[in-house]
Design a protein around this ligand. Structure first.
Ligand SMILES: Cc1cc2nc3c(=O)[nH]c(=O)nc-3n(C[C@H](O)[C@H](O)[C@H](O)COP(=O)(O)OP(=O)(O)OC[C@H]3O[C@@H](n4cnc5c(N)ncnc54)[C@H](O)[C@@H]3O)c2cc1C
Ligand code: FES
Length: 265
């Protein structure tokens, strides 16, 4: 992990409040694993508001041109600052952070399920899985058509996917967890990798209780302060047998955890 500066090559609007930031960084392109993230400084030099860096998953890595990207939604002060960054400027960030995703040699089939901006880290994981010869099926769910352009990136990686929107404006009307519940029998020999809002993760955990053999990784996106394991701001509860639990830091122990071991309070 390093404190880095990378030239901004593009900051494209991808949809309503959705942007893709492309940054030149040979270090990140050489050293980052899918599932890892960077902590971005969201204030100009000398400014202290917002004080804390903001965490973002790596969305794409182009090793040939040493360019990585971050797909982000504008939520508050930090992401509003990011949306105003322009080509030619420098991005101040720390990374790569967290423990990256590694494909399981024993498992051939992966079902990736992303809700909203949760599709960002899963896209790079999907690419890695395809490149290592795994069979993947990608399920994605959004509120509306804001993620319309994302499908263009997805089809470069995977052809087996289903997109749902709550209002039916893009893809099929519905939500992926309902589809999963009704079709879980088709995916009994798949490993799941999921990322999205806590409610969605909790729902999927409930569905999987009826399928005890299924293994599922969850990428947790707790709010963070330091991002490097010092402040304890990102702790979650993880089941520990028999009947107990332990605290884990999402930034340094995660962000990937066994979904069935996460305790959602
Ligand atoms: C490991 C990790 C990876 C992430 N990857 C991405 C990514 O690839 N793309 C992306 O758009 N976002 C990602 N996020 C979430 C992103 O960090 C937050 O949206 C961002 O920090 C918000 O900053 P802000 O200053 O704009 O908003 P703030 O002013 O800090 O918050 C605005 C609103 O967003 C909510 N919020 C802020 N952070 C989170 C969070 N972590 N989870 C849920 N709600 C939150 C707040 O409760 C508040 O309601 C990731 C978070 C983590 C921990
Ligand atoms: S964000 Fe500080 S310990 Fe995880």
């Amino acid at each position: 992990m390093k404190l880095l500066n990378g030239e901004i090559l593009a900051n494209k609007k991808y949809g309503e409040n959705l942007y893709k930031l492309e940054v030149f960084s040979p270090y990140i392109c050489r050293n980052c694993l899918p599932g890892q993230f960077i902590n971005i400084k969201c204030a100009y030099e000398g400014m202290l508001d917002p004080l804390l860096r903001r965490p973002f998953s790596i969305y794409e890595i182009d090793k040939k041109f040493n360019v990585f990207s971050v797909l982000y939604m504008v939520k508050g002060k930090g992401t509003d600052f990011m949306a105003r960054l322009v080509k030619g400027g420098m991005l101040d960030f720390i990374g790569p952070l967290g423990i990256g995703f590694k494909a399981d040699e024993e498992i051939k089939n992966y079902l990736l399920l992303g809700g909203g901006i949760g599709i960002a880290p899963l896209s790079l994981i999907a690419k890695e899985l395809m490149e290592t010869g795994k069979n993947i099926f990608f399920l994605a769910g959004f509120k509306d058509e804001a993620f319309f352009l994302w499908e263009r990136d997805l089809i470069k990686i995977a052809r087996n996917y289903k997109i749902f929107t709550e209002n039916g404006s893009f893809g099929q009307k519905g939500i992926p967890s309902v589809y999963l519940k009704e079709n879980m029998h088709l995916y009994k020999n798949y490993k799941l990798v999921v990322c999205g809002p806590k409610e969605m993760l909790k729902n999927i955990q409930g569905i999987l209780r009826d399928f005890p053999g299924i293994v599922a990784d969850a990428l947790m996106e707790e709010r963070m302060a330091c991002g490097i394991g010092v402040c304890m701001g990102c702790i979650i509860k993880i089941k520990k047998s028999p009947g107990g639990f332990e605290y884990k830091k999402v930034c340094t122990d995660g962000p990937i955890f066994n979904l069935m071991e996460v305790i959602f309070d």
